[in-house]
Design a protein around this ligand. Sequence first.
Ligand code: UGA
Length: 441
Amino acid sequence: MKVTVFGVGYVGLVQAAVMAEVGHDVCCVDVDSAKVEDLNRGLVPIYEPGLEPMVKQNHAEGRLQFTTDAAQGVAHGEVQFIAVGTPPDEDGSADLKYVLAVARTVAQHMDKPRVIVNKSTVPVGTADKVTQAVATTLVERGADIPFQVVSNPEFLKEGAAISDCMRPDRIVIGSSDADAIATMRELYEPFNRQQDRTVVMDVRSAELTKYAANCMLATKISFMNEMANLAEKLGADIEAVRKGIGSDPRIGYHFIYPGCGYGGSCFPKDVQALIRTADGIEHDAQILKAVERVNDNQKSVLMRNIQRHFGDRLKGKTLALWGLAFKPNTDDMREAPSRVLLEALWQAGARVQAFDPEAMEETQRIFGQRDDLVLMGTKEAALHGADALVICTEWQAFRAPDFELIKSELAEPVIFDGRNLYDPDRVAGRGFDYYAIGRGL
Ligand code: UGA
């Protein structure tokens, strides 16, 4: 099938790559000409395991093209994906200006029937707005061409995006039009070979499904962080509690890891956007507000532990920081807990020697050159001359470190662990002060 994807950000690029990989003929359109040029030269602007080779190969074989020419894109695909950004407005609600601009662009250029698909995470009611924008533009043109707007939310996880897309656990199709549903089924058929994972529903339910999924996951995390804080004060161990509750299949082991707060481009934005949507219909989203509050508070947990340990001795200290990205296997720093920690440490007059396997360039780009942040080439180098070690991200490479080396490099044998990577008894047995999350043993 011929498919067009507007927006080669994270979601758009991954979606385009996997569709080309299964044999569809995909044209990507983006307004950013530098990005389009890079992609045409095989340079992939984001780090995602497996993405670059997939983009290069499909581009070389002619199934994946990149252009800034919207007219070419609209002429190409019978299905037109909208995968542009929906940045939060000042009040936290999703800003639809890019989505609606693409809708108008498609309407401006289309001369055949088109299925227009919302892939961006958009508030309930957006498909209606897109329909309106396309219809109005067609009337202005004096054109009478049939079209359908479908909601098809994305559920990929950064770091596992390719496998999530190649082997989706569900494909949500929001539409009430039989022909549009048939087109979407055909498009996704290659991903559905083993078992049909398509869930067809009305468009508003599909839009809400996306938010409900992310908000449920964010709720699980905030709930566990609240339990962790309780466990700490009650002299209990959240890791034992986690295993104890996870064994109940109704609860499950997934997404109940306490930590230093959730980050990334999805959970914080989507929780906030659904709160705003609820506000707009005079519904007080009490659980979601609490989820957000708990998470904001949790992002300071490492700093609170650091202050507990150092008291007023923090000024002038150097902290080794392992992990900057909001989670492993990505270079994404958006809403990362490490950023809250860095700002708090600088505020307190401490300096940081940081290492992350992928997010160093991004950190440099965000913070630029400053005396109180030194980016080190290895996790060992980050320890050199530091007073203590702090861990923000659970990269595999941090799971079994050389504790003797850590001890010999640090001025004080103390570890602040935001991800509960180690066994407290073993670390204490090696002579460390070990501050973890919710382990009030
Ligand atoms: C999230 C969802 O998991 C995807 O299903 C969804 O498609 C995506 O948002 C999206 O809307 O595009 P992502 O933001 O890539 O994916 O990252 P996650 O793996 O979900 O992690 C989010 C945050 O939660 C991370 O900061 C992670 O450290 C934290 N987390 C996760 C915990 O603190 N505890 C856990 O048990 C799990």
